[in-house]
Design a protein around this ligand. Structure first.
Ligand code: BGC
Length: 350
């Protein structure tokens, strides 16, 4: 017959075991234990991206800091407290990879991105990592394809055990010689490479011809991949959003272009977004408006009106969105005074 003492001991051991299981379960909620993750519903996943901000001009420069932004821990806290749900982190992997086989990614940059994921997780923000500014592949796709796929194989390996609120966006704004037709092949190959290593994380796929709506009807989504989100970028009217942008030829001629929010200006957005919506319904795929923003050379009241209209129309179509961008030329945050540009922030999150 068991004594009270041994029964107590059994009870204590049992409780410890139970607590350990509970702990293990709660652990897997944030850092995914791959075997236990059910196939994710991309529509549910897309809700995590509802209000995203692009951490532009930081890791998309060849060296972080060269474009004026070095990511700091407090940015993540500031962003989360303002009500954003996610960060999109444009990364120029092509500047941090060996130029010859096996195209090994530099560990310093990988650790830096890992640090970003950690900060985002700490403040409850979902994270999108992508490949941004892979200029070489737009010029010579065939020559760069192996490197492109090798980058994804390494990213999938490195980040496969991250929480399910980490997203992989295959490539920012394919264009030039990476035509819409070629892009259909490259994106499928990239998804295949990722899925051989990581069957869990949601992938995000955008259009060729600079990521806009024009190439939407040329895009073929991989048939057998359900865990994916469609993304497009919106900067229309371009003469308004990119007036005075130093990287856009002759854009100083557009300085002074306003955006008043007239019925016809609004309906231009509404009709384009409803085309996207229709396209996505036909394919049963959720939509993420991955970049939209107006450069600081435009007047603030126009920027405010445009930003508010684009965000509200996107929301009314059920799209998640990501403003371009946090604290540089389109910035909604002013690093010199450490304050939000309230007009823009309210336009995004009323
Ligand atoms: C580019 C940025 C640019 C932004 C707006 C992004 O896709 O990566 O360099 O500032 O678009 O033009």
């Amino acid at each position: 017959m068991e004594t009270n003492r041994s029964l107590n001991l059994k009870f204590i051991k049992g409780s410890i075991f139970f607590i350990a299981i509970l702990f293990a379960c709660s652990e897997s909620a944030s850092s995914n234990n791959e075997e236990n993750v059910l196939p994710l519903d991309p529509f549910e996943q897309n809700k995590l991206l509802a209000k995203t901000i692009n951490l532009g001009n930081a890791l998309e420069a060849e060296n972080e800091g060269e474009w004026g932004i070095v990511l700091q821990e407090d940015y993540f806290q500031i962003i989360a407290e303002a009500g954003f749900t996610a960060v999109r982190v444009p990364c120029r992997w092509s500047a941090h990879v060996q130029n010859a086989k096996p195209y090994t990614l530099y560990s310093g940059f990988l650790s830096r991105v890992q640090w970003v994921l950690k900060q985002a997780e700490k403040y409850g923000l979902a994270t999108i990592i992508n490949i941004q500014h892979f200029e070489e592949i737009f010029e010579s796709p065939a020559q760069e394809k192996e490197k492109f796929l090798a980058i994804w194989a390494q990213l999938a390996e490195k980040f496969r055990s991250q929480g399910t609120d980490v997203f992989y966006e295959i490539l920012n704004e394919p264009h030039d010689n990476l035509t819409a037709e070629l892009w259909n092949v490259y994106l499928k190959d990239a998804v295949d490479v990722i899925r051989q290593i990581d069957t869990v994380h949601t992938v995000i796929i955008g259009t060729a011809e600079w990521g806009g709506i024009t190439a939407m009807n040329k895009l073929l989504l991989p048939q057998n991949e359900k865990n994916l989100i469609f993304t497009f970028h919106y900067y229309s009217p371009f003469e308004f959003t990119h007036q005075g942008a130093e990287w856009v030829e002759n854009s100083e001629a557009w300085l002074g272009t306003t955006w008043m929010g007239s019925a016809s200006e609004i309906s231009a957005i509404t009709s384009e977004f409803s085309t996207v919506k229709q396209w996505s319904v036909e394919r049963n795929v959720p939509v993420f408006l991955g970049e939209f923003g107006a450069y600081s050379m435009a007047d603030m009241p126009s920027r405010e009106r445009w930003t508010n209209s684009v965000a509200r129309i996107a929301e009314s179509e059920g799209f998640s969105w990501a403003y371009w961008e946090f604290a540089a030329g389109f910035g909604v945050y002013d690093l010199s005074s450490n304050t939000w540009r309230e007009e823009l922030l309210k336009a995004l999150i009323p």
